[in-house]
Design a protein around this ligand. Structure first.
Ligand SMILES: C[S@@+](CC[C@H](N)C(=O)[O-])C[C@H]1O[C@@H](n2cnc3c(N)ncnc32)[C@H](O)[C@@H]1O
Length: 157
């Protein structure tokens, strides 16, 4: 990517020389969207399409206790996003907004998060609603919204 890919008022900086940490993708997310422009800006945990989170079977034991939970936080890696943009113009307006004031996928570490509704589990696949990423987006982590007994009506997330 070059600066010519930037929109008006956007700015990029040079990236650090080396990475500070490693991460492992723990699976892939299967969604109906093959193009970034076709994705919703924000997932719909109620009426969004059913998406499949395909966990690497290596991590299957880490799923113990997931059944019975209905709301999960999914962290994923926006692998197609550039990482050097510090001012963004998300709607082609006449100004830019700082990356940390946006939920845009363009960020130094392109980690996205969504709260999803867990519909069912089949083997190492989780079927959920509420995602907004393209098909085959790498999976970074899965966390419950509530660690212990789920009583959403009695709790504030
Ligand atoms: C605005 S972000 C929100 C992501 C997440 N819900 C969050 O708040 O952190 C969603 C947009 O990212 C883009 N996108 C989806 N999958 C992507 C990927 N794998 N790499 C880069 N951009 C992606 C799409 O344009 C989608 O509409």
């Amino acid at each position: 990517m070059t600066d010519s890919d930037l929109r008006p008022f956007e700015r990029a900086v040079s990236a650090p020389d080396s990475a500070d940490a490693d991460l492992w993708f723990i699976g892939r997310i299967r969604t109906p969207w093959t193009d970034r422009r076709a994705c919703p800006r924000k997932g719909d945990a109620q009426d969004g399409p059913l998406c499949e989170i395909v966990l690497d079977p290596r991590w299957s034991e880490a799923m113990l206790g997931l059944e019975g939970k209905t709301r999960l936080q999914i962290l994923y890696w926006m692998h197609l996003a550039r990482r050097d943009v510090v001012r963004q113009n998300p709607d082609f307006g006449n100004r830019a907004i700082g990356t940390f004031a946006l939920r845009s996928p363009l960020r130094p570490n392109p980690i996205a998060s969504s709260t999803v509704t867990l519909e069912r589990i089949e083997g190492t696949s989780l079927f959920v609603r509420g995602l907004d990423c393209i098909d085959q987006t790498p999976l970074v982590d899965i966390k419950p919204i509530f660690c212990f007994d789920e009583q959403p009506e009695k709790r504030i997330a």
